[in-house]
Design a protein around this ligand. Structure first.
Ligand SMILES: NC(=O)c1ccc[n+]([C@@H]2O[C@H](COP(=O)([O-])OP(=O)(O)OC[C@H]3O[C@@H](n4cnc5c(N)ncnc54)[C@H](OP(=O)(O)O)[C@@H]3O)[C@@H](O)[C@H]2O)c1
Length: 236
């Protein structure tokens, strides 16, 4: 108790910068290392944020005995590998959304974390947002009656350049994995896991979804909310 959680940052892109900026405002967190796929960005990131150690390859971060938890901020397709390697190295993991490209990869990570007794969490910040937590609490307590319908939308305006990760199928681009996870997570928080899913997507020339509409179905009547959103536990 009272010790700081020591963080290692994996990847040096946009959200890694924002996350590290915020992390440095916490009293019980310390950023001790950063890793990139190459040396220059790692060093630049470390200098910018005053991080003691910079690694030009991921392995250095995983082998760093001072790192308690690895924050994975790569594009989607690399989450499974990065989080898996971190768990195998004995590190707790906070992984950006979407946790993985598909359910099979997510199940593999969950099994690995359980097997090693390690903390693993998708960075679904919405579940930690006080307003969302209060809504879930009110629904759970029946304050708003039986919830029959949840409508949720999330979009943002393009255009994105031809080399942007959102336009690249190989990096898990597209609307569903980047933004669609939020409305799905919100509906699931309030109603539980759906029994049926119908979806329709408009694809870009590259083959990623520009938008996806989903109709999730819950059989039977009666409200079946998920367990309450819980505060993430500290990894040690
Ligand atoms: N929670 C939120 O609010 C939020 C907001 C935005 C994004 N995100 C999530 O955060 C993740 C990163 O998004 P971003 O906007 O930060 O992307 P980004 O700016 O493109 O940065 C991604 C970083 O990952 C590394 N990278 C790039 N290509 C890679 C590859 N092929 N294999 C492995 N690593 C690669 C690069 O860092 P190095 O050069 O250092 O290796 C790059 O700077 C995504 O999963 C996204 O959904 C979350």
């Amino acid at each position: 108790m009272g010790e700081k959680v020591r963080w290692g940052i994996l990847a040096t892109g946009g959200i890694a910068e924002r996350f590290t900026t915020d992390l440095r405002t916490l009293d019980d967190a310390e950023v001790v290392a950063v890793a990139s796929r190459s040396e220059a960005p790692a060093k630049a990131f470390a200098e910018r944020f005053g991080i003691p150690r910079a690694y030009g390859e991921w392995a250095g971060l995983f082998a760093d005995a001072d790192v308690d938890v690895v924050y994975v901020a790569t594009p989607h397709h690399a989450h499974r590998t990065a989080a898996g390697l971190a768990l195998e190295a004995g590190k707790a993991v906070l992984c950006e959304k979407a946790l993985t490209l598909n359910a099979r990869e997510a199940a593999e990570l969950v099994a690995l974390a359980r097997d090693r007794g390690l903390f693993l969490m998708e960075a679904m910040w919405m579940y930690c947002n006080p307003l969302i937590r209060r809504i879930a609490e009110l629904v759970r307590d029946g304050a708003v009656g039986e919830v029959r319908t949840v409508q949720a939308d999330f979009g943002l305006a393009g255009p994105f350049g031809a080399d942007h990760r959102l336009r690249d199928p190989k990096t898990g681009g597209g609307a569903l994995l980047d933004l669609g996870v939020y409305p799905v997570a919100f509906a699931q928080l309030l109603l539980g896991e759906p029994d049926s899913v119908q979806a329709h997507a408009l694809l870009s020339p590259e083959g990623v979804d520009l938008n996806t509409g989903m109709l999730l179905g819950w059989s039977g009547t009666g409200r079946r909310p998920c367990s309450p959103a819980r505060s993430p536990r500290t990894p040690r």
